[in-house]
Design a protein around this ligand. Structure first.
Ligand code: PXL
Length: 287
């Protein structure tokens, strides 16, 4: 029943630096299952532990794990652990930015992937616990990255631009991508990009130039969709797909999860239902 279906391959390994939100699908709770089903061995560096995520909830607990991140780093360094990718997401304090840069210095190599999701906000606003000081620091993190995946809000915060919800054009998205590449990131993928009403996806800039990859828009929004997109993108890149087809897979899978959530009446704050079709994602990369 569980016979080996795929050709033997060297296992890929990723270190995921992100928070653990106890309830409300996002962050580590989303990234680990997605990378696992895509055949990636994951290691975690929790940046904070919260009772829920901070969107649409009040009264949540928040335990800052800044102190533990250095302990993990020292131990992993002693153990000579190696990773094919390092992925950073939601950070719990300003100090964590320097610690994450240290992870990149210690574990980064010519042939591995530094993947930064500069999580800071959405819909033109900073998340509850984020400060403008952190936004400044995030620029430094992006500077050392091979791939960055800001949403449109984060792209504007990083560039000091005013967020505009409507009227995105390819020219505008290209100028944001170029600005972000100017910060030092090798490849830029801006999520939530949409130049026509019925499609949404990502605007990308890499060595081959500017392009967009989109899926049909589903009229709903859920917490955690950025995490789903980023995780599928990283999983696809680690299965040796190129960036355009990885971005397309991430856009398609995110749209599929939003559609499923809408059909099932999932409350937005519970986070997007990424579980129902997870097996299809596994099939996509493992067969
Ligand atoms: O998905 C982004 C995210 C991650 N982690 C925490 C959050 C949010 C968005 O609200 O609150 C704790």
């Amino acid at each position: 029943m569980f016979e080996q279906m795929s050709a033997p391959q060297r296992e890929k390994r990723a270190a995921v630096i992100n928070d653990l939100s106890g309830f409300g699908r996002c962050s580590i709770g989303v990234t680990l299952p997605i990378l696992s089903v895509m055949g990636v061995h994951t290691a975690s560096v929790p940046t904070a532990v919260l009772s829920t995520h901070t969107g649409d909830f009040t009264g949540y607990s928040f335990r800052d794990l800044t102190g533990d991140m250095g302990l993990f780093l020292n131990h992993w360094q002693k153990e000579k652990l190696q990773f094919d990718a390092l992925m950073s997401g939601y950070l719990g304090s300003f100090e964590q930015i320097e610690i994450v840069r240290e992870y990149f210095r210690v574990f980064g190599r010519q042939d591995n992937l530094i993947f930064v999701d500069p999580v800071m906000g959405d819909d033109g606003k900073l998340y509850a616990l984020y400060t403008s000081e952190m936004a400044e620091g995030m620029k430094k993190l992006c500077a050392g990255a091979d791939v960055i995946v800001p949403n449109l809000t984060e792209a504007c915060i990083l560039l000091g631009e005013t967020y505009r919800e409507h009227g995105q054009t390819e020219q505008y998205l290209f100028s944001l991508c170029r600005g972000l590449k100017g910060l030092g990131a090798r490849r830029v993928v801006i999520t939530g990009a949409s130049t026509v009403d019925d499609m949404i996806g990502a605007a990308c800039l890499d060595d081959s130039g500017f392009y967009m990859r989109s899926a049909r828009r589903v009229p709903a929004s859920y917490c955690g969709t950025g995490d789903v997109f980023a995780s599928v993108l990283l999983g696809a890149l680690l299965s040796d797909r190129d960036l355009p087809s990885s971005v397309q897979l991430a856009a398609d899978y995110t749209a599929c999860c939003v559609r499923c959530s809408l059909e099932n009446g999932v409350p937005a704050r519970e986070g997007v239902d990424f579980e129902r079709d997870l097996w299809k994602l596994g099939r996509e990369v493992c067969l």
